[in-house]
Design a protein around this ligand. Structure first.
Ligand code: PRX
Length: 645
């Protein structure tokens, strides 16, 4: 398979971008011709951002798994689709060819059907990074069930909330997951999430760690037994093939929960055709993927990056995708480099946090590792600082690999702003230029386009996107108004990203971070309101305010100011108890890095917490805290500064 829509020069980028804006319907319908459709579209695009309503390829029918699997069987049946690297390097690795992937996905699709899952049903997937997770995701897509993957770092309470919101009746999980030296008891977390739950009908449990689990009669079944049963059934038909459900272009493919500025995560909904096109197009163009290359995206499939660039993007392009169960620092900090060496990885796509953390180990873990197979490096998830960018360039890419800094979001489905590896120029710590189909614009608080440059020649404003690209979110599950409010109501006729950005005179964008109350901790998105709600659950807590502060490795750390009515035992014990409460309510990923007990919070006379001041104090600022005269009790600021320690 070659990719006729792969951009091969800067000039082509410019003409393609221009054409995609002038004639989006012509541009995208030509690209869509390179996919497998059960029925072609009647209309390429229909949209308005007021409702919002976005429809791409209306009238068309397809199944994304035919594009990700079946169409490769003719010439790539024996090519690895997924190379799986276990957590423990001494354990056997697994190579899943396209033929095996087809067989397993069909088999699991049959399992889902046998268990009563139908098109449109929501299936929650809570698994470690094992190939069976890929089979579960693609098995859902095969029969048109809507998957909702939940990252293994979320607590029972978070799962229960998501199950209720998605009205999910089915769960696929593992007994446990390995992550570094830890075993995470996934099934036991699911059991806790299901206490009192009346709606979940079936839990399918894959055995990975062989941790003892409770299996509830009539509800819980073993993956292995179900797969065997399905295999026997399929054998009787004389074929491993399970036909793919015809999906309308706009049928939902999946829900993925993500944090916003309110206390409750929202279920971002992506559609079938648009998402397929975009993940494929961006994968092929941003990374400049060439047939037979080995692509290694280090994300977890519990996040959007794993969905789009471990599974759907690479597989739809017939690529070989490495899936890694473990963590970068176990059993030692050379793990990524071992994997690159072992599988001759050509494209490495990781997060700035991972780079910064590995930088901290120096170059010793790199010794003796052959990284010469690397051709392209990528980063995603948070702003990358120049120091990390240069370390990545020098020590990993040996200054011969283009680095793509890819900016995007759960809501965008795939990369919107990035250089194209080796094709458009890179600029350290800049995401640079928009992909074809993407029109970013910087606006001020009122929504007016920013036109005045600062002393460095930069435009600075809130990042919005004009018009819809194919994989824009379609709704937030069960609450379309929330989708409108969150993304389309701030500014007229624009999608608002929640990020702030700079633009230089050449049109390059640098994303500076969130301008709303969302934190980005180690590339994980967490709402301050969510963390506050969790802290406030703790007995004795009167009120709390959570802000982010710069953290050398995590990008941002979580700083919590907490008013407490009384300490049970002492402050240190209470601090630990609060961390435990947050772990219970959200999960370990949301634990504050710093908790400061305070007697009051800086509030305006109308009762609004002045987060700007709290942010500055958390950053270590003691002097220039801005105007504090409008505060109800200016004295509280002095106390907080002194207590900062
Ligand atoms: O603030 C931006 C940051 O991550 C946010 C999106 O988070 P999430 O939906 O979890 O998706 C992460 C993976 C795509 C954005 O609003 N972000 C993502 N990529 C970059 C980035 N910030 C700066 N540079 C990036 N390359």
């Amino acid at each position: 398979m070659s990719y006729p829509y792969q951009i091969r020069s800067l000039e082509q980028y410019r003409t393609d971008h221009q054409r995609s804006i002038q004639d989006p319907e012509g541009f995208w319908s030509e690209i869509a011709e390179h996919f497998v459709w059960k029925k072609k579209w009647d209309k390429v695009l229909e949209w308005n951002f007021t409702e919002p309503r976005v429809r791409w390829f209306e009238g068309a029918q397809l199944n994304i798994t035919e594009n990700c699997i079946d169409r490769h069987l003719a010439d790539k049946a024996d090519q690895p689709a997924i190379i799986w690297e276990p957590n423990d390097p001494s354990e056997r690795t697994r190579t899943i060819t396209y033929a095996i992937l087809h067989k397993r996905v069909c088999q699991f699709a049959q399992v889902l059907r046998n268990n009563g899952v139908k098109k449109g049903d929501r299936v929650c997937i809570y698994m470690g990074m094992v190939p069976e997770l890929a089979y579960a995701v693609l098995g859902c897509a095969r029969i048109g069930a809507i998957h909702s993957v939940i990252f293994g770092g979320f607590s029972a309470q978070s799962i229960a909330d998501r199950l209720a919101d998605a009205q999910a009746e089915f769960i696929v999980t593992c007994d446990g997951a390995y992550r570094g030296a830890k075993d995470i008891p996934l099934k036991s977390v699911i059991d806790d999430a299901l206490v009192g739950n009346q709606s979940v009908k079936r839990v399918i449990v894959y055995t990975r760690t062989r941790t003892p689990v409770s299996m509830i009669k009539g509800r819980d079944v073993w993956w292995e037994e179900e797969m065997e049963h399905a295999a026997t059934q399929l054998e009787q038909t004389g074929s491993v093939h399970v036909p793919a459900e015809p999906m309308d272009a706009e049928d939902p493919l999946f829900i993925l929960y993500t944090s916003g500025s309110t206390g409750k995560p929202k279920g971002v909904v992506h559609s079938s055709a648009g998402y397929m096109l975009w993940t494929n197009y961006t994968f092929v163009n941003v990374f400049q993927y060439q047939p037979k290359q080995v692509h290694f995206c280090t994300a977890d499939i519990g996040w959007i990056t794993g969905h789009s660039y471990i599974l759907y993007g690479p597989l739809s392009a017939g690529a070989t995708s490495v899936m890694f169960e473990g963590i970068p620092t176990w059993p030692d900090a050379g793990r990524f480099w071992d994997i690159v060496d072992k599988y001759k990885v050509n494209i490495l796509y990781t997060a700035p946090t991972a780079i910064r953390s590995l930088m901290g180990f120096g170059t010793e873990p790199l010794e003796g590792k052959d990284l010469s197979s690397l051709q392209v490096l990528g980063t995603v998830g948070e702003p990358i600082n120049e120091e990390a960018w240069h370390w990545y360039d020098e020590h990993i890419g040996k200054k011969r690999c283009p680095i793509v800094d890819t900016w995007w979001q759960t809501e965008t489905g795939g990369v919107l702003i990035s250089n194209l590896a080796g094709i458009t120029p890179a600029k350290a710590a800049w995401a640079t230029l928009p992909l074809p189909g993407v029109q970013p614009i910087l606006v001020d608080e009122k929504g007016a386009p920013v036109t005045e440059r600062d002393e460095n020649g930069m435009l600075k404003g809130n990042l919005c996107i004009q018009g819809p690209w194919p994989s824009i979110l379609r709704t937030t599950y069960g609450d379309h108004e929330r989708c409108r409010q969150n993304y389309f109501a701030t500014y007229d006729n624009l999608y608002f990203t929640g990020d702030g950005a700079l633009q230089d005179a050449d049109g390059n964008f640098r994303i500076t971070g969130r301008v709303d109350d969302v934190l980005n901790v180690s590339g994980h998105r967490i709402g301050t309101a969510e963390v506050e709600n969790a802290i406030n659950c703790h007995a004795g807590v009167v009120e709390s305010a959570v802000v982010g502060y710069p953290h050398a490795v995590k990008g941002q750390g979580i700083y919590a100011y907490v008013i407490i009515s009384h300490f049970h035992q002492d402050a240190e014990q209470t601090r630990k108890d609060i961390l435990q409460t947050v772990t219970r309510v959200i999960g370990p990923i949301a634990k504050p890095d710093q908790i400061q007990f305070v007697s009051g919070l800086p509030k305006t006379r109308s009762g609004k917490i002045m987060r700007r001041i709290l942010r500055k104090i958390a950053e270590g600022e003691t002097e220039n805290l801005g105007d504090t005269t409008t505060l109800l009790d200016p004295g509280v600021v002095k106390e907080i500064v002194e207590g900062r320690g």
